[in-house]
Design a protein around this ligand. Structure first.
Ligand code: KG4
Ligand code: ZN
Length: 397
């Protein structure tokens, strides 16, 4: 049975739960923008020895963490379960077993407390991580172009509020192969650095010459047969991303410059350190390696910025919202502001802790749904391949 909520009586306290990948998170957010608590239990240490997320281990860690993480979020917010107006949970996309832990817990809590249950798309959550901290901005700043750039996604959405309540998204660009975060992770692994790779590349790139290796992105012209049947078709190729080529280019550079031995040495030395610092990693990199890292990062960052600003101009966006784990990247933040300045388009990022996976963004995205009565039922199941929005030319409301 789904409990009936009267939004006018709701005090707006939502418990958000997120378990789509390798972070177990819970948060309490009031009225969609006031974060009372946000607790994240990261599984980096569990997955680091494998150089990537191991799905079975992720599910097991979520099972271990979910109860203390939710309790911690309630405790820090100073609220009891009875004070909550709704429970929100990530329904997808993500790892099936990982999602299932959060969903089962949220459903049980909602049923036992007879509170509304709200299903949230993880990607919409990332967009609301930015809105959460810029809630005072007037609605006139819409439509927005939202770049969601993480380990699993690199998508451009045209976002605006829907006349029927809530938000509406159209996909205007996306990657045809790897996500940008995946490229960071794979290149870091290739160079003998730790997992996840983004923060390592970010820290080390500052010590290299970004112009040393001229990586180039060719215009992406995917053949229809190369597109996943489930993926929304995109009208313009200039708004498509492709990151598998640069990963191969780095691999070729490493081979041509005989870097294999020094990479193996670095990987072995880092493996000996219990929790290596960026400074220690830098000591283990020679200048050509630092230059390679800086050049790789510059190429990816500039590619993300160019396509996003092109989309913003094309769709008359009033704001650019950048979110997802890669939004934590310092060079991306700096260069976005530099390049968007002359166009007079504000570029908004979440704070660093809300860039990577968290549950405050899930609770924030759930608020408009609670207000417009878009509730989930006890039949809610994990949607590992859930998408957000339809192709731009297919969705005008
Ligand atoms: O959003 P997120 O926490 O999880 C997913 O939904 O994927 O994003 C994780 C991704 C990883 O690929 C990680 O390497 C990347 O975000 N990342 C970064 C930085 N911090 C995390 N990439 C570049 N620079 C960073 N500072
Ligand atoms: Zn994410």
């Amino acid at each position: 049975m789904t409990p009936i909520v009267d939004p006018s009586k709701a005090r707006g306290l939502i418990l958000g739960i997120e378990s789509s990948c390798d972070e177990t998170a819970a948060a309490v957010v009031a009225h969609g923008h006031e974060t009372l608590s946000s607790v994240v239990a990261s599984q980096f240490a569990t997955h680091a020895p494998y150089g990537g997320v191991v799905p079975e281990l992720a599910s097991r860690e979520h099972l271990r963490n979910i109860v203390p993480v939710v309790r911690g979020a309630l405790l820090r917010a100073g609220v009891g379960l009875q004070h909550l107006d709704a429970i929100a949970v990530t329904e997808g996309p993500g790892l099936a077993g990982a999602l299932l832990v959060g969903i089962t817990y949220a459903k049980t809590l909602a049923w036992a407390l007879q509170k509304p249950l709200i299903a949230v798309n993880h990607l919409e959550g990332h967009i609301h991580a930015v809105l959460l901290e810029h809630a005072s901005r007037p609605q006139a700043a819409l439509p927005a172009i939202a770049l969601v750039v993480s380990g699993g996604h690199t998508h451009l959405y045209l976002a605006h509020t829907s006349p029927r309540g809530g938000w509406h998204y159209s996909v205007v660009g996306r990657t045809v192969d790897d996500a940008a975060g995946e490229a960071f992770d794979k290149v870091a692994k290739l160079l003998g650095l730790g997992y996840p790779g983004g923060p390592w590349i970010d820290a080390l790139a500052a010590h290299g010459d970004p112009g040393a290796v001229p990586f180039r992105f060719a215009e992406v012209r995917p053949r229809i047969g190369h597109q996943r049947p489930s993926a929304a078709p995109i009208a313009s190729p200039e708004l498509l991303f492709s990151f598998s080529g640069i990963k191969t280019a780095v691999l070729r550079y490493v081979e041509n410059h005989h870097m294999a031995a020094s990479i193996a040495e670095r990987a072995a030395a880092l493996a000996q350190l219990p929790s290596p610092s960026a400074h220690q990693a830098r000591e283990l990199c020679d200048q050509p390696t630092l230059d390679l890292i800086a050049s790789f990062q510059r190429a990816v960052v500039d590619n993300l910025i160019t396509r996003t600003l092109l989309a913003a101009e094309r769709y008359g966006a009033q704001t650019v919202l950048v979110s997802g784990g890669v939004a934590a990247n310092r060079e991306l933040r700096q260069r976005f502001q530099q390049k968007a300045g002359p166009l007079r388009i504000p570029v908004l990022f979440p704070s660093l802790s809300l860039s990577t996976d968290n549950a405050a963004m899930i609770a924030a995205a759930a608020w408009p749904r609670l207000q417009s009565g878009q509730l989930a039922t006890q039949t809610l199941v994990a949607q590992p391949r859930l998408q957000l929005g339809l192709a731009a030319d297919a969705t005008i409301e």
